[in-house]
Design a binder for this molecule. Structure first.
Ligand code: AAT
Length: 292
C-alpha cells in the first residue's frame, strides 16, 4: 500500500514533521549504511530520503547545492583542487564544475547506493558525474581525509547528512582537524551546519571547535530550503592561516560563458548579492555565533 503522505520524523527535530504528498514510490532499499527511499511527490518532484530524512528534492535542491558550493568557491581566486565529502547525489559536483579554474575534483561518498539512485532518478543532479575532472571514491570521508597529504586542497566541501548515523563523525573535532590539514594555507572549507531554528546547541559546539582549529576566519551563513527541517539550513565557512579570506565579499564570480562542462542548466539561486547576505544573522543567532 502506498502511503498518501511522507512525514519527516526524527529526534533531530522533535515535535514537528514536514509532510509531502506521495504520488509514487520509485525505490526502496537498505544499503550497508542506511535506508534509502526515492518517491515522486506532487509538489517538489522526486525526493531522496536517507534514514527517514530528506536529502534532496528536484524542486529546491538548487538552493542548497549552489550555496554550499559557491559560497566557498567564489570566496577565493583560482580554486584548483576541490574535495567533496558526502554529496553522493552529484549536485555539488555539478556546481563545482561551473568553475573553469578547477583542475581536479575528488568526491568521497560512503554509500554507493546513493550514487546509483541519483543517476537513475535525479539525472539533472547526477549530471555532475559527467565532468571528466571528477574522481569518485566510495568510502568513509573520515578515513579518506586522514590519508590526504598535507596542504592538498584549495577547497573542501562537506555535504553531509545529519549527525546521527554514518555522518556523526563529520561533526566532531578530529574530523575538522584533518580537514584543516588537508587544506593549503588560506584554503577554505564549507560544511553542512544544520538549522539556526533547531540546532543552536550543535552550531555553538561546531563554532567553538572551528575557532580552535581554523586560524584564518570562522563564519556561519544560511539559506532557505523549503523541504529541509524548519525551512532553513546553514553552513560553516572557515579558512586556514595564510592569505586572508573575506567570505562576505566574493572575489571570484562565476562566468557561465566559460563553464567547461555545459551539460546542465544555468544557476537558479546563487548570485553575489545573496552570497554576501547569507552571512547576516538574526539577533538570536548572532548572539551565539558571533559573540561567544
Ligand atoms: N547533496 C545534498 C544532500 C545531502 S547528502 C549527504 C550524503 O552524505 C549522503 O549521500 C550520505 O550517504 C553521505 N555520508 C554520510 N556519512 C558519510 C561519511 N562518513 N563519509 C562520506 N559520506 C557520508 C545532505 C543533506 C542534509 C540534510 C539536512 N537535514
Amino acid at each position: 500500500i502506498i502511503p498518501e503522505w511522507f512525514s519527516e520524523i526524527s529526534p533531530m527535530w522533535p515535535g514537528e514533521a514536514h509532510s509531502l504528498k506521495v504520488e509514487k514510490i520509485l525505490f526502496q532499499g537498505k544499503s550497508e549504511y542506511q535506508d534509502v527511499l526515492v518517491f515522486q511527490s506532487s509538489a517538489y518532484g522526486n525526493v531522496l530520503v536517507l534514514d527517514g530524512a530528506i536529502q534532496i528534492t528536484e524542486r529546491d535542491e538548487c538552493a542548497y547545492q549552489e550555496m554550499i558550493t559557491h559560497l566557498p568557491l567564489c570566496s577565493i581566486l583560482n580554486p584548483k583542487k576541490v574535495l567533496v565529502i558526502g554529496g553522493g547525489d552529484g549536485g555539488v559536483l555539478r556546481e563545482v564544475s561551473r568553475h573553469s579554474s578547477v583542475e581536479h575534483i575528488d568526491i568521497c561518498e560512503i554509500d554507493a547506493m546513493v550514487v546509483e539512485v541519483a543517476k537513475k532518478f535525479f539525472p539533472d543532479v547526477a549530471v555532475g558525474y559527467e565532468d571528466p575532472r571528477v574522481s569518485l571514491h566510495i568510502g568513509d570521508g573520515v578515513a579518506f581525509l586522514k590519508a590526504v597529504p598535507e596542504g592538498t586542497y584549495d577547497v573542501v566541501i562537506v555535504d553531509s547528512s545529519d549527525p546521527i548515523g554514518p555522518a556523526q563523525e563529520l561533526f566532531e573535532k578530529p574530523f575538522f582537524e584533518s580537514v584543516a590539514k588537508a587544506l593549503r594555507p588560506g584554503g577554505v572549507v564549507c560544511t553542512q551546519a544544520e538549522s539556526i531554528w533547531l540546532h543552536m546547541h550543535i552550531i555553538e559546539e561546531i563554532v567553538s571547535v572551528c575557532r580552535q582549529i581554523f586560524k584564518g576566519s570562522v563564519n556561519y551563513a544560511w539559506t532557505t530550503v523549503p523541504t529541509y527541517p524548519s525551512g532553513v539550513i546553514g553552513f560553516m565557512l572557515c579558512s586556514t592561516e595564510g592569505p586572508p579570506v573575506d567570505f562576505q565579499r566574493p572575489v571570484n564570480p562565476i562566468d557561465e560563458n566559460k563553464d567547461p562542462c555545459k551539460a546542465k542548466g544555468p544557476l537558479k539561486f546563487y548570485n553575489s548579492e545573496i552570497h554576501s547576505a547569507a552571512f547576516c544573522l538574526p539577533t538570536f543567532a548572532k548572539r551565539v555565533i558571533n559573540f561567544n
